[in-house]
Design a binder for this molecule. Structure first.
Ligand code: FE2
Length: 529
């Protein structure tokens, strides 16, 4: 007897999420409005009455400190564009990618609240698939923002899942390496991370094939570095065998899929060439595995395509994608989907550098060989599997005034412990110092320019002077008239790190300057497809 192929889908959406803006007049690549556009498409296709539509409780500062440091969360919770202190902004936000925009903390609390609630929904058994398109902000680090991500909702969601499930698999199909999540779980075998991403002179600069985890987590980080222009066919030839092998050896009890849409063809910051169908085939593949599944958003900067893809992937979660009309229904953003007004993201004619010299085949072989060495389904002692109370299932634990329980504290300590381990590599003989140094990029890159940013503290140190008789070292501001400190323009704090390949494509700085730098409002976005 064939059972109906249905899944109970929980869909988290906060109607206010689209109102936040990373910069004035949409002058930033990251546009939260894309979540609203996705929702309006989902609604116009009549999907809302087929799912549990939920608005999550916003994450509190206390919940965020399950992973992030108290100092960083406190900084974010008080941050406004007006009160942004120069030094603190340099310290926590790191460069121009992550502006102190109006409502940044509320935006983070919506994103993180959705992923935490989605995790609880799955853990409670109330849903088979939980979706939070406002989540997936995979670059955020324990103590700083990175790549448009301030709070790592994914790490917070996975920590929730670990209260119930022994093993969680995280898969990342964003164009950029899922560095923040990998870093958080690099030394544990309870979370396997697997990232497919563009690698090579591309943000964030990490995620090499040889980065496989450390200590107890050795073998439980998987990186599939890609070259520019990968097509559906080649992507699938990597994704499916690798994920199949992971499912076989790791046997996850829940899966989190970060569906970053900057891997789609024509993305303003991405360099891959996936169609909407190719991207969604990852969702379809994981849905078939019948394991609790969380679908999260992530990157995605050609927003009419982002909303198309996430709308289609919502339909994939429901299993109704084949019944959707390829002509888009009328919706509040209808005019942005011209001239074809179709539910599609076609590929472009860009060259696929992954098939040259057998690169994709070699990569697949290497990853599969690494996975073959793992012991199947690492066991987890019962003391490692936290119990959840009925009150927690009901969401009571999210009350603001409720004190942290012991389990919360333990998980927070574990996350911090894991993070510290990675910072003090010297004591671990499973990873040579040379490897450790290589794994972490010496310099932070900008997700916008893919150039290395010089650290602001380094930068300031170089321009510090010894003052007067006191011999005290003080910092002189750049504009104070020191003849050796003439203003060099904004590129002065950026070191050239751009290959000829990137320089000559539309992704280079020259390209951006020729099209007016970061300008790119919703209604003036270039058609790059
Ligand atoms: Fe990305």
């Amino acid at each position: 007897m064939n059972l109906p192929d249905r899944r109970r889908v929980a869909y988290y959406y906060d109607p206010e999420v689209g109102a936040y803006s990373y910069g004035p007049h949409g002058a930033h690549y990251m546009k939260p409005h894309r979540i609203t556009m996705t929702h309006n498409l989902v609604s116009a296709y009549g999907m809302l009455d087929k799912m549990q539509i939920l608005r999550a409780k916003r994450a509190t500062a206390e919940q965020m400190t399950q992973f992030h440091t108290d100092e960083y969360v406190q900084f974010l919770s008080r941050l406004t564009p007006e009160n942004a202190d120069h030094d603190a902004v340099n310290h926590f936000l790191r460069g121009d990618d992550n502006p102190p925009f109006d409502g940044v903390f509320e935006f983070c609390s919506i994103s993180a609240g959705g992923s935490i609630a989605a995790a609880n929904r799955l853990s409670s058994g109330a849903a088979d698939i939980a979706i939070n398109w406002a989540g997936g902000l995979h670059h955020a680090k324990q103590r700083e923002a990175s790549g448009f991500c301030y709070i790592n909702d994914i790490v917070l969601g996975i920590l929730e899942l670990l209260r119930t499930y022994p093993r969680v698999l995280y898969i990342d199909i964003d164009c950029h390496h899922g560095d923040g999540v990998e870093e958080a779980f690099y030394t544990t075998d309870r979370v396997m991370t697997c990232s497919f991403h563009k690698f090579g002179e591309f943000f964030p600069g990490t995620g090499e094939l040889t980065d496989i985890g450390k200590g107890k987590g050795k073998g439980y980080a998987v990186n599939v570095p890609l070259r520019a222009g990968i097509t559906d066919e080649v992507y699938k030839s990597l994704f499916e065998p690798i994920v199949t092998k992971i499912l076989e050896v790791f046997r996850p009890s829940a899966v989190v899929l970060q569906c970053g849409a900057d891997s789609l063809s024509g993305d303003r910051l991405g360099m891959l060439n996936l169609t909407m169908q190719g991207h969604a085939s990852c969702v379809q593949f994981l849905r078939k595995q019948n394991v609790p599944l969380m679908l999260l958003g992530g990157g995605g900067y050609t927003i009419r395509n982002v909303s198309r893809a996430w709308c289609y992937e919502t339909a994939c979660a429901l299993g109704i994608e084949d019944s959707l009309d390829p002509f888009l229904p009328y919706n509040p953003h209808f005019e942005f989907f011209g001239p074809r007004y179709r539910l599609e993201v076609p590929s472009s004619t860009m060259e696929d550098y992954n098939i040259l010299g057998g690169y994709a085949d070699d990569t697949r072989k290497t990853v599969l060989a690494q996975l073959s060495q793992l012991q199947p389904a690492p066991s987890v002692g019962m003391h490692d599997v936290p119990h959840e109370s009925v009150g927690e299932h009901l969401g009571w634990r999210l009350e603001l005034d409720e004190p942290e329980d012991e389990e919360d504290k333990r998980l927070a300590q574990h996350a911090r412990f894991v993070y510290k381990l990675q910072e003090s590599r010297a004591s671990d003989d499973t990873d040579s110092e040379e490897e450790a140094t290589r794994r972490r990029p010496k310099k932070r890159m900008s997700i916008i320019t893919n150039r290395v940013m010089r650290q602001h503290d380094e930068f300031e140190k170089e321009h510090a002077v010894y003052c007067g008789d006191t011999g005290k070292r003080t910092r002189r501001r750049f504009f104070e008239g020191d003849e050796n400190a003439a203003w060099q323009g904004p590129d002065a704090i950026v070191e050239a790190y751009v290959s000829p390949e990137i320089q000559t494509t539309r992704f280079g700085v020259d390209y951006m300057m020729s099209r007016g730098g970061m300008e790119g409002d919703l209604d003036v976005e270039d058609d790059l497809g």
